[in-house]
Design a binder for this molecule. Structure first.
Ligand SMILES: [Zn+2]
Length: 333
């Protein structure tokens, strides 16, 4: 019991979720992968006295004046949560986006991550969601041999099935892959046309694997989260360095390079609510302990991590601008 109490008092006050505006906040924030409902649930469970009662309150309260331009929300739970429709419908008209979302562009993707729960009914729900005007892709889907929540043959079969459906509709793909490099690469190459738009989200596998995908798929982009700031993960930083040096995209070497040439194919994301970028605490000296959730307004700190790794005259503003152009290329947002 006592332990529990201590634990509670270590959670920083909810006021610290309202972040200071870093210099990069002059550039609009686009979070290309966030789980909004889960983030809001995490907020409610950590801060039972918090004043935001709906996701719209939360978004307006925490993202307000943080220059958040757009989010890509991810629905991938099983069964498909009917709430998706209310949320997506509330962002259809410009007036609703202004009034309910504080002007933020709400977009979403949908897919089924838990392969063993995929069936015809789930697929029908996803296909219905794909016709919604705020839907910009199919995902997150893919193989996870770290957790192995479903048998691997089932994961592979359901992955291929969802890829086929998405390709048929021409929907951009949001891919999850973890410790499954060979099978992910093989299935993607079997099922997806080379010019299809692909976002490999929260990338943490080897740089060599990423390079093979980048070479094969010219419209494939690598999603970078706060995990890049964790000492347990060196792959993502190594990949970013390689993308700049080898030019996963020529012109990548300099932010002032030829504007017509593509830069590194990166996207910025939070994958909220779980991965707070560790460099954020330098901007929050008054915070004791660790913030219990991350959210979209933390994107500038992810960008700062990338800029620090790249060096070479890149600042977080350059990273955000490039990533925003890439977000437009993949999701049309
Ligand atoms: Zn995710």
């Amino acid at each position: 019991m006592g332990k529990n109490k201590n634990k509670k008092s270590n959670v920083p006050d909810k006021s610290h979720l309202l972040l200071p505006n870093p210099i990069a906040a002059t550039t609009p924030i686009i979070d290309t992968h966030t789980h909004l409902l889960t983030t809001f649930s995490a907020y409610k469970s950590k801060y039972s006295t918090g004043k935001y009662d709906t996701i719209w309150d939360f978004v307006q309260g925490v993202y307000y004046q943080r220059n958040v331009k757009a989010i890509v929300d991810v629905w991938c739970e099983a069964p498909v949560q009917p709430a998706w429709k209310e949320v997506a419908d509330s962002a259809v008209s410009a007036q609703d986006r202004a009034e309910k979302w504080g002007g933020i562009e709400y977009w979403f993707v949908m897919g089924m991550h838990e392969a063993k729960l995929y069936d015809d009914a789930v697929e029908r729900s996803i296909l219905e969601a794909m016709t919604h005007s705020r839907c910009v892709g199919w995902g997150e889907i893919g193989l996870d041999y770290h957790y192995d929540n479903s048998p691997r043959d089932v994961q592979q079969r359901v992955f291929a099935r969802q890829l086929r459906a998405a390709v048929q509709l021409g929907k951009p793909l949001t891919i999850h892959t973890r410790e499954a490099e060979e099978d992910t690469e093989r299935i993607l190459k079997e099922e997806v046309p080379v010019d299809h738009k692909i976002h490999i989200h929260c990338f943490t596998d080897t740089p060599e694997f990423a390079q093979r995908l980048l070479t094969h798929f010219p419209n494939l982009y690598i999603g970078i989260t706060g995990v890049i700031s964790y000492s347990t993960n060196t792959n993502t930083a190594a990949l970013v360095r390689q993308m700049i040096q080898t030019g996963a995209g020529p012109g990548a070497a300099s932010p002032d390079g030829d504007k017509d040439k593509p830069g590194p194919r990166i996207l910025l994301e939070t994958d909220a609510p779980f991965m707070v970028p560790s460099n954020i605490y330098a901007s929050l000296p008054e915070v004791k302990g660790r913030l219990p959730l991350c959210h979209t307004a933390m994107i500038p700190w992810v960008a700062e991590c990338v800029a620090d790794i790249v060096g070479d005259g890149w600042g977080s503003v350059d990273v955000m601008q490039r990533a925003n152009e890439n977000a437009r290329a993949v999701y049309g947002i």
